[in-house]
Design a protein around this ligand. Structure first.
Ligand code: MSP
Length: 506
């Protein structure tokens, strides 16, 4: 069965921002890595979360009909992904009829089993998060995430018996300590579950007309998070898979939506007798001037579409991975991004390719036969760099597998540093001053082959640039496979280009 990777489905009360783009990039790196290594077409699911009071209020504020309002925002997400080079397969909308039917049928099932019942709830509600908070979770009576005051709400509501699944969840987390990456979150969740009974979860709202109606009780709409979480299942069905595909599914989520995915989602799945997902990959937040990028804070809103015009999509995604560990928060400045991109992609990578290939074209008519260089009698320097790069490629492989794209990019950059040092120390351009052909051929052949290896390894991070470089080397990324070793191949180049222009510093 194929692997599945999901981004969260995004609220449509605003335009996509950089935090959203990051989820897509994470999913895309994973998808491309699996394609490269396992020749597997991993299913990438994304979509939009379109119901609820928050969305309705945004439409009312902008004096736009709700359907026009959401369609416009949905379109922004639909066009975002191809522009970012994120290869999505399924785009699910919570307003899709098929999805709404699925939600109502799961609802009926849970009511029939007695897991959902009609009751009454009073609590402190944050509209930004669309969730209730307990007193001790608040900071100065405000939501810890949105920093806005919570509202006291008391209303008739349907409740889900969350605690009925606590023991099963504890057993699950005991069995699967690596369910959440980074794994310390699994321990935190386990500790939380062990603390004692879980409050029943309020799963319907009255007076929220924009949502999926509770079957046979039209004054109630189904809680947006129930609606949203099961969109993953709707998307699988849309792709022609059944519920078992959940066992192969990795959800990418920000740390603010961990509780929904680590407690509510598995509990609901257990209640509905559905399989649990494979993994949660939790990432931290991007900040600007140390403030979380968020729709509610306009100063932080950078449009990814605009940013890639300046940085290129490869540049942006590479810099985001190189800047911080996935699970940590990280601050963004335009100049930091430009610096990383220029140093690693323009100088260390594209420039090395261009300089090496220019020599091959000028002095060897674009071709160096691997037979001319005997791998066994290579200079020590060449043998060392090849061995070193092979080791690094092996490490990078394991970093990708462990979703550690930060270390993958860091090791890749270090391997490139070494390749550049090797190239400089052996100064093949001195052929013009009489340096021996054989030494220059060795340097250029080894460099080209290492570039091929490193381009393949970097393909998930910088797909366009890596593909172009490989194409110059006569390789088609569509048929390339992960290369763990550097067997020297004959190099044949027709032309060389500047594959990545230095970006202008702001
Ligand atoms: N609709 C819910 C998710 C439902 S999934 C079944 C939601 N939507 S959201 O649009 O508010 O957020 C979507 C994702 O973007 C979340 O994973 C969130 O963590 C992420 N980000 C929002 N702001 C972010 C940053 N500033 N930085 C990184 N990611 C952030 O929650």
């Amino acid at each position: 069965m194929t692997n599945v990777i999901t981004t969260p489905i995004f609220y449509v009360n605003g335009a996509p921002h950089l935090g959203h783009a990051y989820s897509g990039y994470l999913a895309d790196v994973y998808k491309r890595f699996r394609a490269l290594v396992y020749d597997e077409s991993c299913l990438l699911i994304t979509g939009t979360d379109e119901h609820g009071q928050k969305i309705l209020e945004s439409a009312v504020r902008s004096k736009t009909d709700i359907n026009l309002f959401i369609n416009d925002k949905v379109q922004a997400f639909k066009t975002l992904w191809p522009e970012l080079g994120v290869q999505t397969d399924i785009f699910v909308r919570t307003t899709d009829e098929q999805h709404q039917n699925l939600i109502q049928s799961i609802w009926n099932d849970l009511v029939e089993k007695g897991d959902i019942y009609l009751g009454y709830y009073q609590g402190l509600y944050c509209l930004g998060c669309e969730q209730y908070y307990t007193d001790y979770e608040l900071q100065n009576n405000c939501c810890p995430i949105h920093k806005i005051p919570v509202e006291i709400r008391s209303e008739e509501t349907y409740l889900f018996r969350l605690d009925a699944y606590r023991k099963q969840l504890i057993a699950f987390y005991h069995r699967s300590p690596d369910f959440i990456t980074p794994s310390h979150y699994s321990q935190d969740i386990l500790d939380y579950l062990k603390q004692g009974p879980l409050e029943d979860l309020s799963v319907s709202r009255v007076n929220v007309p924009w949502g999926i109606k509770v079957p046979n009780h039209q004054e109630h709409t189904i809680y947006v998070w129930i609606d949203a979480l099961f969109s993953y299942l709707s998307a699988l069905k849309k792709a022609g898979y059944d519920q078992n595909a959940l066992t192969q599914t990795t959800h990418i989520i920000g740390k603010d939506i961990l509780k929904f995915h680590a407690i509510y989602w598995p509990a609901l799945l257990l209640a509905a007798k559905l399989p649990l997902p494979k993994k949660l990959l939790v990432h931290g937040w991007w900040t600007i001037n140390e403030q979380k990028i968020s729709k509610s804070n306009p100063e932080t809103l950078i449009s990814p579409n605009e940013l890639i015009k300046k940085l290129t999509s490869d540049g942006l995604r590479y810099a985001l991975f190189r800047q911080k560990k996935i699970a940590k928060d990280g601050n963004i400045t335009h100049s930091d991004l430009v610096e990383v991109i220029n140093a690693d992609l323009a100088n260390n990578f594209a420039n090395l390719v261009k300089r090496n290939h220019t020599i091959i074209l000028k002095y060897f008519s674009g071709s160096i036969d691997s037979k001319l260089v005997n791998q066994a009698t290579l200079s020590n320097q060449s043998q060392l760099i090849i061995k070193y790069c092979e080791q690094v490629i092996n490490e990078i492989f394991h970093f990708y597998k462990a979703f550690d794209f930060y270390q993958a990019s860091l090791f890749w950059k270090e391997a490139l540093d070494y390749c550049n040092r090797y190239f400089h120390q052996r100064s093949p351009w001195e052929i013009s001053k009489g340096k021996s052909d054989i030494s220059v051929q060795e340097t250029c052949l080894v460099t080209s082959n290492l570039v091929r290896l490193l381009a393949i390894a970097a393909y998930p991070l910088i797909p366009t640039l890596a593909s172009q470089v490989l194409q110059e080397l006569g390789e088609d990324i569509a048929t390339c496979q992960w290369q763990p070793t550097c067997d020297l191949k004959t190099v044949r180049i027709k032309e060389t280009r500047s594959h990545f222009k230095r970006l202008v510093k702001p």
